[in-house]
Design a protein around this ligand. Structure first.
Ligand SMILES: Nc1ncnc2c1ncn2[C@@H]1O[C@H](COP(=O)(O)OP(=O)(O)OP(=O)(O)O)[C@@H](O)[C@H]1O
Ligand SMILES: [Mg+2]
Length: 246
């Protein structure tokens, strides 16, 4: 396991939001957390990125406890969270925005090498390099945000609702980009409101409810669970049809 949360209890002062969460993320996988509003999905990502310290429990990354580390230390260890949408500097160019992802690096040659790698992965970054970020579509801006997050060559990428606000075509592109990042060896922990889209590209799915893990399994197992389907997925199951009562 690359990342393991064990019995994590954490909250914001008004009480505990996470009520003893166990989550494991396998190296090289895409893991997707789904669940209703307020379930604690974003809070899990905040605990992993160091923005929130667990009150109880352990967070282990690469065999190292990281529960007490600062966000900057955690970033340096190889965990990067892709910022929420609209995080680009609109008047700066695409390339300038992507370069900002390497703010921790002093080695210019290394930054240029990383930029070349990121451009090879996402050709749009090169094609639109000198245009202002604001001139891109919503889906393209998300792509640039992904590209920027890769500049530190992270091991684990945290994504909080990357499809938010995107039309269906852009949603498919974003899910495709997540798959592309995994193909280059990255591990992805994804939170997705669009449960079906998120789970369908994932190796492992986790359903959270009221600060707890309610169910986990392969995406087929979760998408075909009738109760989960009716609670969170709008009631229509992708996969084998349920038998109907005579
Ligand atoms: N900064 C904060 N201060 C106080 N309470 C917070 C804060 N952020 C979140 N909460 C509370 O913690 C609970 C879980 O929030 P969280 O953002 O983790 O949920 P979520 O599963 O990501 O929901 P959503 O699908 O709406 O994004 C909610 O009750 C929320 O009101
Ligand atoms: Mg959230």
């Amino acid at each position: 396991m690359l990342l393991k949360l064990t019995n994590v209890v954490a909250g914001y002062g008004g009480g505990d939001v996470l009520q003893g969460v166990d989550i494991s993320v396998e190296r090289g996988s895409i893991t997707c957390i789904v669940g209703p509003n307020g379930a604690g999905k974003s809070t899990v990502l905040r605990v992993v990125s160091g923005l929130l310290k667990p009150r109880i429990g352990q967070v282990v990354f690469n065999d190292r406890p990281i529960g007490g580390l600062s966000p900057r230390q955690i970033l340096a260890l190889g965990i990067v969270q892709v910022a929420q949408s609209h995080s680009l500097f609109p008047k700066m160019t695409v390339r300038e925005n992507v370069r900002l992802g390497a703010f921790m690096l002093n080695d210019r040659a290394l930054v240029n090498r990383r930029l070349a790698e990121v451009e090879a992965l996402f050709p749009l970054v090169r094609e639109r390099a000198d245009e202002r970020a604001a001139s891109l579509s919503g889906g393209q801006q998300r792509l640039v945000e992904f590209a920027r997050s890769l500049m530190l060559d992270p091991t684990l990428i945290l994504l909080d609702e990357p499809s938010m606000g995107l039309d269906p075509k852009a949603l498919r592109q974003v899910m495709g980009m997540v798959t592309t990042m995994r193909q280059t060896g990255k591990t992805v922990l994804l939170v997705e409101q669009n449960a079906r889209a998120g789970l369908s590209i994932s190796d492992h799915g986790i359903v959270m409810e009221s600060g707890r893990v309610r169910l986990e399994g392969s995406h087929q197992e979760i998408l075909s669970n009738p109760e989960i389907s009716s609670l969170y997925l709008g009631g229509t199951i992708a996969g084998p049809a349920r038998p109907t009562m005579p």
